[in-house]
Design a protein around this ligand. Structure first.
Ligand SMILES: C[S@@+](CC[C@H](N)C(=O)[O-])C[C@H]1O[C@@H](n2cnc3c(N)ncnc32)[C@H](O)[C@@H]1O
Length: 196
């Protein structure tokens, strides 16, 4: 049994996890939403569940390679090869998932393929400004992976402009971005909205 699985059932830990999921759900959808939504690299799908609880007309599907719960809305698979038809999702959102693969353009091409015309892609990613910031982000992820005993994950952190440019190169049109703070204000992440 890992240290993480021991701590994961602790009520204090669960409260932190819940408030994070709450905040992340509001980042992605500050208002009401409906339609078919893909949570790309969904982890435990808790953010997707919160969005579902708040929006009865929204149907959330999550994909991740690690199955953490038995939920019919959870698809186990590789985000580099999405097992969905073209143009099916009204919204796709990805929270801290894209930087875990060294091939970011292929993930974006897949997201573009499955998003409906007129649909939206919402990207939440940590960014760095200086070389030191990049090192801090990498250390954060190394600690996180060790803590959760995850398989090796890549770290392809980008700056704000690099993320924006890469998503636009996949065909999406930039709508807006908002800056957020995490980890006691030490880390910055952005929530970008793009349209197809
Ligand atoms: C930092 S976690 C974020 C989880 C979730 N989005 C959240 O905010 O709680 C990144 C997730 O991406 C998943 N992931 C990374 N690369 C993947 C791949 N190639 N296929 C499927 N899932 C992947 C990992 O398994 C992990 O659960």
């Amino acid at each position: 049994m890992s240290l993480y699985s021991l701590v994961a059932s602790n009520p204090f830990y669960l409260r932190i996890r819940e408030s994070k999921a709450d905040r992340r759900a509001s980042d992605v959808f500050p208002g009401d939403v409906s339609g078919l939504i893909l949570d790309f690299g969904c982890g435990d799908l808790r953010v997707g569940e919160v969005i579902s609880e708040r929006n009865p007309d929204a149907k959330i599907v999550g994909i991740d390679r690690i199955i953490t719960q038995n939920n019919s809305d959870f698809v186990q698979g590789d985000v580099l090869k999405l097992p969905f038809h073209d143009n099916v999702f009204d919204y796709v959102f990805a929270i801290g998932a894209l930087h875990h693969n060294n091939d970011v353009p292929s993930q974006l091409n897949e997201i573009y393929r499955v998003t409906k015309g007129g649909g939206e892609f919402i990207l939440s990613e940590e960014t760095y400004v200086t070389g030191l910031g990049r090192i801090m982000l990498s250390l954060n992820d190394i600690a996180h992976n060790f803590w959760k005993q995850k398989p090796h994950l890549y770290f392809t952190f980008q700056t704000y402009n690099e993320w924006k440019k890469m998503v636009e190169s996949a065909g999406f049109k930039f709508k807006q971005a908002s800056k957020k703070k995490a980890h006691l204000g030490l880390m910055t992440y952005y929530v970008f909205r793009f349209g197809k």
